[in-house]
Design a protein around this ligand. Structure first.
Ligand code: FES
Length: 172
């Protein structure tokens, strides 16, 4: 299978992932994984957000545009969000955004939504491990170079996201 985005010829490729983790659950799950010495690859840079619903689609686009090979959004299980139902909005936003990214040529494995409670350190570690391996198989994304070659592309994408935000009633 060919991967239009990736250069799979570099055997030393280490994926760079960005993880937006909810403060109340998945960030604590990551903490628990660390405290419990659960092993998982160190490829994900974690950004703590108060709720997965705080992850604006432009954060995701920015992460890819700045050189991430994959982005994970992780939050409380549906029904357990500390801000009532924000993670249902996260879910709607995720599927719409991923569909849009896939239409632009991004492999779906590069953008992932995970639910992990504070007690699920192992589950979060497993999800990170699996994603790192999948993205490693795909190779580097290299969108960073594409954005630089055609800076208008990001602006066009942001305009589309804004339209989607209005359609999805995403709060600011
Ligand atoms: S508080 Fe965790 S997803 Fe909303």
């Amino acid at each position: 299978m060919s991967h239009p985005n990736g250069d799979t010829t570099n055997p030393n490729f280490e994926p760079k992932l960005i993880g937006f983790l909810c403060n109340w659950c998945s960030y604590r799950a990551a903490d628990l994984a660390g405290i419990s010495r659960i092993k998982y690859p160190p490829n994900m840079r974690i950004i703590r957000v108060m709720c997965s619903g705080r992850v604006d689609p432009t954060f995701v686009l920015e992460a890819f545009a700045q050189g991430a090979d994959g982005v994970m959004v992780a939050g409380c299980h549906p029904g357990e969000c500390h801000y009532i139902e924000q993670n249902y909005k996260t879910m709607r936003r995720f599927y719409m955004l991923r569909q849009m990214l896939v239409q632009m040529g991004l492999e779906p494995e590069r953008f992932r939504l995970v639910w992990a409670s504070a007690a699920e350190g192992q589950q979060l570690a497993d999800a990170v491990t699996e994603m790192v391996e999948q993205v490693r198989q795909l190779g580097p994304l290299q969108w960073h170079a594409n954005w630089q070659e055609n800076g208008q592309r990001l602006e066009a994408l942001q305009a589309i996201v804004q339209e989607h935000q209005q359609a999805m009633e995403v709060p600011k």
